[in-house]
Design a protein. Structure first.
Lengths: 972, 410
């Protein structure tokens, strides 16, 4: 494969740059920073893709607008041409399009098919050769140099050596068989520790059964001890009881002794003492009361001496009481009487007034008149009818008057119309003129007369009808007629105006029009007169009808007057004068009669009151006489009599009271004396019962009895105490018997027992402690939290170790793979590389070194010079080593078998070569170039070919000529 | 007559759960106590459901770690069942054989432990024998066919076998091996199996309930017990989850992920699609797969990613915690056809493939780990599977390193 042209669309500094590569040995010449390495990167990018976006610098994305990428025109081994284009696309590597000579278009797979699995890294290692590669040789020493040169024949790089180094580093970091520090070694140590701890714990678990057994034993012992303690306690309690009971027993003995001495007072009752006190109290109180009553008796007797009473009063006392009661009544009666007197006077005055108003002298005539309901109803009926009739007559009279006026008016109207009539001749002349005019204007204006006439007629008719209806009392109909007439009149006026307008327009017409109008007016006047005549006749008829109705009403009025006459007769009524005033007359008579009745009632009442008042006055006189007081007005007499009676009664009451008091006091004195005597008898009786003579002796006996009771209580209390302390099956008497025979104290025995008890408690404490520590141990083992924790840590560390060793194994395996690959390479492919390299090396050193070989597995080369001496690369001069390196790199490229012979790219690697060596190298490259394209990037000068002409003018501008035209050049 | 009971097995009380190492102490503690919580949950259920009895088909305790704490814990739980008048039938398994003495102070009297010789126990319901239970506890390693010695005995409505073991496979020395056909031939109403930690049915009436709580990455998904309801002609076995903490494995491809944000979103999406009844937390084992540009950065960024996810996970309900994140991706540069390439990298690919064929070579290479007093004594062997995985890791590592070297050169 040869590159024939480059077309850079946009790549680094280049925009739309076209470079033609004319031969298979092409030189790109330019100073530094002219874009040599950019072109190199461009070729690699198009063939193998843009570097990933992480390596931004290597992508050479153009800073300006051009499209990133470009195309390379290549010629394949089979002579076909293809253009490979790569531009920035979706993938970071860019999009590939290939246009082949047959005009077809292909994708990335075409390029993959061409290059196979060769990638950029590999390509660079095999086909790119720069100054750095040789530079390394200046730096490296010893085995590193050997290694480097060795790898130059293997991958063309130093990557494998670097990878191997890294692998070894990681392996060493992880684990060393006898190391301490590497991660796995540390972890291993920790695991050993954890394992030991776990073993210890497991041993503790084995102890567990033993601990449980021990625990049971101690618990059994504890139980035995508890029993023993209980027994001891029971015995101690028995003794303590005996001690208590013995004390009680002794007390009891003393109590019995006291009771014996106080025996004689056993029968004395303590109630007697209380009774005696009560009797003494009674005697004392009764004595003092007796004296008090005697004193009171004397006082009352003294007060009542010489009391005096007025006996005369008693006879009239009741009557005075009654009068006192009647006094308010008397006052009321006299007030009423005065009031009635006034009333009677008023009644009399009113009656006189009414009678005068009625205008009747005879009172009897009024009293006789009947004012029953019947009479009233009849009268009302009569007067009602009279009222209606009278109204009707009045209306009829008015109508008659109206009709008369109307008639006069119409008559006058009729006469006026008659006066307006024109003579017959005039009418005749007008008719002729009109006839003549009509003939001239056959198509005259529309005739207005007809509707105007109709409207006039209607208006008049309706007005007249309305008037008539109003007069005859039909208001509604009248109004409607008036309305209709009015509307007709309005319409007529409107027409009139309209016509007037027309008339103005027609003013210019000849006077024929005037004649026509006059004829029309004549006609209208005639009609109007006829109308008026008809109306006058009708009005006259109506007037006559009204007169007839009036006649009839007057007759009815006469009938009513007769009925009235009859009514007065029936009810003995004085004549009321007018028929219309009859009801009010009737009412006035009624009122008079009522007044009269009231007057009579008042007079009756006054008579009754007079009788009452007189009775009381009589009684008062009588009482005053009896008592002997001077006569006065009834009221003051009664008051005086009452005062005297009241005073006498109070006196009498006082006397009676004293008498009753005196009797009470006397009976009390008697009662208290009896009580006193009874108390004295009872006291004597008590003394007797007690068998004593005096009060003093009685008190002593009671005291003795109290003492006796106290001792008895104590006895009971002690016996109770004893009974409470008894155990089951024991009796007090049994203990009494025991104590009678032996009453020694058990103190010593109790003390012994207490000591024994303390010993037991001490022993118990020991067991308890022992048990606690055993339980503690058991609990620790049972809960085993620490064990679980260690186990967990142990497992975690194991997991970690597993993980690390997996890593270690991976690194180790990687190294193993590399070793194996190397040995495969040595066996299968290295021989070819060596063979080629050997011949290049010999060429470059002008056959100074003839043979190159690699001992299997030693990863180094040996060179042999023409004298048969052997050297390792480090033993060579640096210059020779560089030649060896170059030979190997060229050989590697040569022996890389591919369906295409890929170009070899050199980037000014020989700057530091001396002239002779440069010539040799170029000569070799020239030899190779026919079958493998060589792209050479250089700064400024082109070395002369070894086979070239003289070296002196190699540097001249026409260097192309100097190397026999074997290469082409692009100046950058 | 009807029978309702709980069938559980493989409680493995006292197991250490190292997955929590490095996690928030709160989460770690919850994880470490999760077995106890699950057992408590089951006991509460037993009381609430008023089951007739509880069957534990072996492995109550883990290994020979004689944690008395857990023996006493279980005893307390059984005492709670006693108050509810619920019986417990249990056999010991390979992890808690009878020759190691468990339950130091004896179980309460509602607990019936089967002897090391096959025996029959009778369950009475309403005063009449309702079920015959057949079982046998382990004494040391029991590697003979125990089930074949069970003989069905007349006199009860139901016959239930308790068996801690696994199906016989050719050539392996398994625990209490049995043949499914043989169990079926016994014509029992139910076989309560234990030993296999994954819930599975050998038939409608022969099943493993799985262990009660996941403890590591190989015990994923919801865990719990089986509620078994038997009547004359029907058997209903219902799974009831009781584990608070659920282990789950996620496989996330990094393909199409252009950054770690993308990847994080992808992981969160995957998590949100999973639901586990009653679980308050997920412990996640994430395996990253696929080929993509992120692969090169994973070696360095993996821990940061894990931390970032865990910070998010803390606040989620249920929370999640990524306790393990494995990188099984392919580097962007790594090419499948590379073995044919006549470059050194082709040699590498060929070398790796060859080593996979012959893992012994590698095992020799790391024999240094298994020297006496070396870490080997604490390591569990992953067998050939591990070797293969290690090789894949190694290859990936080489690619990552190669990628980095090339990038450095640019």
């Amino acid at each position: 494969m040869k590159i024939e042209a480059l077309h850079i669309y946009g790549f680094g500094r280049f925009h739309d740059e076209k470079i033609t590569v004319d031969s298979s040995f092409h030189i790109f010449q330019g100073k530094n920073e002219t874009g040599k390495s950019t072109i190199r990167a461009f070729i690699q990018a198009v063939l193998f893709g843009f570097p990933s976006k992480k390596e931004l610098a290597g992508r050479h994305e153009p800073k300006e607008g051009s499209r990133h990428g470009g195309s390379i025109t290549i010629r394949l081994e089979d002579g076909a041409q293809a253009v490979v284009e790569r531009t920035a696309g979706r993938k970071s590597a860019g999009d590939v399009l290939v246009y082949t000579g047959d005009g077809r278009e292909h994708g990335a797979e075409w390029l993959e098919g061409l290059l196979g699995s060769l990638d950029r890294g590999m390509f660079q290692g095999i086909f790119c050769f720069g100054l750095e590669g040789l530079g390394e040789i200046q730096q490296l020493k010893g085995s590193d140099l050997n290694q480097y040169i060795y790898e130059a024949g293997m991958t063309g790089t130093k990557h494998i050596a670097s990878i191997e180094k890294k692998l070894q580093q990681r392996l060493d970091q992880l684990y060393k068989p006898r190391g301490q520090k590497p991660e796995m070694n540390t972890l291993l140590q920790e695991l050993h520790e954890k394992k030991k701890e776990l073993r210890e714990w497991e041993a503790r678990f084995d102890m567990y059964d033993h601990l449980v057994r021990q625990k049971n034993e101690v618990e059994e012992k504890q139980a035995g001890l508890k029993q023993k303690k209980a027994d001891l306690h029971a015995r101690k309690e028995q003794l303590q009881r005996r001690q208590t009971l013995l004390l009680v027993y002794r007390d009891l003995q003393e109590v019995y002794h006291h009771l014996e001495t106080l025996k004689p007072f056993e029968h004395v009752s303590l109630d007697w003492e209380e009774q005696s006190t009560a009797y003494h109290e009674q005697r004392k109180e009764a004595g003092s009361q007796e004296e008090e009553q005697a004193l009171a008796e004397q006082q009352i007797a003294a007060r009542s001496e010489g009391a005096d009473l007025n006996r005369r009063i008693w006879s009239v006392r009741d009557s005075v009481y009654a009068l006192k009661e009647k006094l308010p009544l008397y006052r009321k009666y006299s007030d009423d009487y005065n009031r009635l007197q006034q009333e009677a006077a008023q009644h009399k005055k009113r009656l006189a007034e009414k009678q005068h108003r009625l205008g009747i002298r005879e009172e009897t005539a009024l009293t006789k008149a009947q004012t029953s309901m019947n009479a009233e109803e009849e009268l009302h009926d009569l007067s009602g009818r009279a009222k209606g009739l009278q109204e009707r007559i009045r209306l009829l009279e008015e109508q008659i008057q109206e009709h008369q006026d109307q008639l006069a008016l119409q008559k006058k109207d009729l006469d006026t119309h008659d006066g307006h009539r024109r003579s017959e001749e005039e009418k005749q002349r007008s008719a002729e003129v009109v006839e003549k005019q009509r003939k001239e204007n056959r198509d005259g204006r529309p005739v207005w007369q007809q509707p105007v006439l109709l409207l006039q007629l209607a208006s008049v008719i309706f007005f007249t009808l309305g008037m008539r209806e109003m007069i005859s009392g039909h208001w509604l109909m009248g109004l409607i007629m008036f309305g209709a007439g009015f509307s007709a009149a309005i319409l007529w006026i409107l027409q009139q105006q309209f016509r007037a307008v027309n008339r103005q327009a027609a003013e210019a017409d000849n006077d024929a029009a005037g004649h026509t109008a006059e004829l029309d007016a004549d006609q209208r006047l005639e009609t109007s007169i006829r109308e008026k005549q008809w109306e006058y006749d009708r009005e006259a008829n109506t007037y006559q009808a009204a007169l007839d109705k009036k006649q009839k009403a007057d007759e009815q009025w006469q009938e009513l007057l007769d009925s009235m006459e009859k009514w007065t007769g029936t009810y003995y009524f004085p004549s009321p004068g007018s028929l219309l005033q009859a009801p009010s007359f009737f009412t006035a008579v009624q009122e008079w009669q009522k007044e009269k009745k009231q007057q009579e009632a008042v007079e009756q009442e006054m008579k009754t009151l007079e009788v009452y008042l007189f009775g009381i006055e009589q009684e008062a006189e009588k009482a005053a006489a009896a008592i002997g007081i001077p006569e006065d007005s009834v009221e003051s007499t009664i008051q005086a009599a009452w005062n005297i009676v009241e005073k006498e009664e109070a006196k009498e009451k006082q006397y009676e009271q004293d008498l009753r008091d005196w009797e009470t006091v006397r009976s009390r004195r008697h009662y208290y004396r009896k009580r006193r005597e009874q108390a004295e008898r009872s006291i004597q009786n008590l003394y007797h019962l007690c068998g004593v003579e005096s009060g003093e002796e009685f008190k002593q006996a009671a005291a003795a009895k109290r003492q006796y009771n106290d001792w008895k209580t104590k006895e009971n209390w002690l016996l109770d105490r004893m009974r409470q302390s008894l155990a089951e099956g024991e009796t007090t008497s049994l203990w009494f018997e025991t104590f009678e025979t032996d009453d020694s104290d058990p103190d010593d025995a109790i003390q012994n027992m207490e000591e024994a008890e303390k010993d037991l408690e001490h022993e118990e404490d020991q067991y308890r402690n022992e048990l606690a520590s055993i339980n503690q141990e058991i609990r620790t083992v049972e809960e085993g939290g620490t064990y679980e924790q260690i186990l967990q840590q142990y497992e975690e560390k194991k997991g970690e170790l597993q993980r690390l060793s997996r890593n270690w194994k991976t690194y180790r395996a990687a190294r193993e793979v590399l070793n194996k690959a190397k040995s495969m390479y040595e066996k299968e492919r290295q021989p070819e590389v060596i063979q080629n390299a050997s011949s290049y090396f010999s060429y470059l050193t002008a056959s100074q070194y003839e043979r190159l070989f690699a001992p299997i597995g030693e990863e180094t080369f040996i060179v042999e010079d023409n004298r048969g001496f052997r050297f390792t690369p480090e033993e060579l001069s640096r210059g020779t080593a560089e030649q060896l390196y170059l030979s190997l790199r060229l050989a590697l490229a040569e022996s890389y078998h591919h369906n295409q012979t890929l170009p070899f790219i050199l980037d000014d690697p020989f700057v530091n070569f001396d002239r002779e060596r440069q010539s040799m190298v170029f000569s070799l490259l020239t030899t190779l170039s026919p079958h493998r394209q060589i792209l050479y990037f250089t700064c400024d000068h082109i070395p002369a070919s070894s086979s070239g002409v003289s070296s002196a003018d190699v540097y001249s501008e026409d260097i192309t000529v100097a190397v026999r035209g074997s290469f082409t050049r692009t100046l950058l | 007559m009807k029978l309702r009971f709980i069938h559980t097995a493989d409680l493995h009380l006292g197991s250490a759960v190292p997955a929590g190492a490095g996690a928030d102490p709160r989460l770690k503690e919850q994880l470490e106590n999760s077995i106890d919580r699950a057992v408590e949950h089951m006991i509460q259920d037993a009381a609430a459901l008023q089951v007739d009895f509880l069957i534990i088909a072996g492995d109550l305790f883990d290994q020979e770690n004689r944690s008395l704490k857990h023996q006493i814990f279980l005893k307390q739980q059984f005492e709670m069942l006693k108050q509810q008048n619920i019986k417990v039938y249990l056999i010991y398994g390979n992890h808690d054989p009878v020759d190691r003495r468990y339950a130091p102070s004896g179980w309460p009297d509602n607990v019936h432990v089967f002897d090391t010789e096959p025996e029959v126990k009778v369950f009475h319901k309403h005063g009449t024998p309702a079920a015959h239970l057949y079982g046998c506890s382990y004494k040391g390693k029991t590697q003979h066919n125990v089930a074949s010695e069970f003989v069905k005995q007349p006199g009860a409505s139901f016959h239930i076998g308790l068996l801690h073991g696994e199906e016989e496979k050719n050539g392996t020395h398994s625990y209490a091996p049995f043949l499914k056909e043989e169990l079926e031939a016994k014509r029992f109403d139910y076989w309560a199996l234990g030993h296999i930690h994954t819930r599975q049915f050998l038939s409608e009436r022969i099943s493993y309930p799985g262990n009660i709580q996941g403890r590591h990455r190989n015990e994923t998904g919801e865990k719990g017990y089986s509620l078994v309801e038997l009547d004359e002609d029907d058997a209903a076995v219902t799974f009831c989850p009781v584990s608070q903490v659920v282990f789950a494995a996620l496989e996330i491809s990094i393909e199409d992920c252009t950054g770690f944000d993308d990847l994080t979103d992808k992981v969160l999406r995957d998590i949100s699609e999973r639901t586990f009844t009653g679980a308050s937390g997920l412990w996640l084992d994430i395996t990253l797969t696929g080929k993509g540009m992120l692969s090169d950065y994973l070696e360095e960024e993996r821990e940061a990613l894990q931390d970032a996810l865990n910070r998010i996970g803390e606040a989620e309900r249920p929370f999640f915690y990524v306790y393990r994140m494995e990188d099984a991706t392919m580097a962007d540069l790594q090419q499948e056809e590379l073995e044919k390439e006549n470059h050194f990298l082709g040699d590498v690919a060929r070398a790796a493939a060859e080593l996979k064929q012959d893992p012994k070579q590698l095992e020799n290479a790391w024999s240094v780990l298994y020297q006496p007093t070396g870490p080997g004594m604490y390591l569990s062997s992953g067998g050939e599977e591990e070797t293969k995985e290690v090789l894949e890791d190694a290859e990936r590592l080489l690619w990552q390193l190669w990628g980095k070297e090339t990038a450095d050169e640019d």
